[in-house]
Design a protein around this ligand. Sequence first.
Ligand code: PLP
Length: 229
Amino acid sequence: MIAENIKRVQQKIKEVCEKIDRNPEEIKIVAVAKTFSSQMIYEAYQAGLIDFAENYAQEFLEKKKELNEFPIHWHFIGHLQSNKVKYIAGQVDLIHSVDSLKIAREISEFCLRHNVIQNVLLEVNTSGETTKYGFPPDDVLNAVDAIMKLKNLNLIGLMTIGKFSEDPEESRNEFRLLRELRDEIRCKGYHLEHLSMGMSNDFPVAIQEGATILRIGSAIFGTRINKNN
Ligand SMILES: *Cc1c(COP(=O)(O)O)cnc(C)c1O
């Protein structure tokens, strides 16, 4: 089932890319595994995926340990608390969810002490929904200026979560805003490559708006039992 789901997602990515003349190879699938077992991650890995994301530090640590022998690229996409930085920084390929200058500084300080470099994305609250983390769009340019100065952090792009809605078109404005912010930052001379946006229900729209990283959970692993996750 997981292998079929992955094929279906890959096929959809190809279809959307063909229509808008994008190269599907510049789009990475990150399989969001929160609440799903290490066995299911292993199945997806066997089916050809290599990038997996977790939202919670504890869950990440358990699965990373269980899947230690496989060369999986881990991503952290949840809100990161200060006391969890030590479990995540230097342990994952990419932290998508840098949502404050405070946490950026803490990751930087930890990485400096441990002599590691951490790739990060800056999370932007493009919808303005108060339940969401992330920098308000108006603060992004200043935040990028500050984060670019921090040692041992490698800021490589922006991340956002689209509106929770049945209609994927509802996310289009937010995805477009993220791309415009990225382009604006590029005009200031910073090299920002990635746009992490698009989930199971809205990834085709995200591709149309320039996503380079899709975070896809339920379309690969099935419905999560805990809907709050
Ligand atoms: C859970 C989650 C996803 C994946 O959601 P699906 O709808 O299952 O694809 C993507 N990004 C973040 C930040 C998430 O928390």
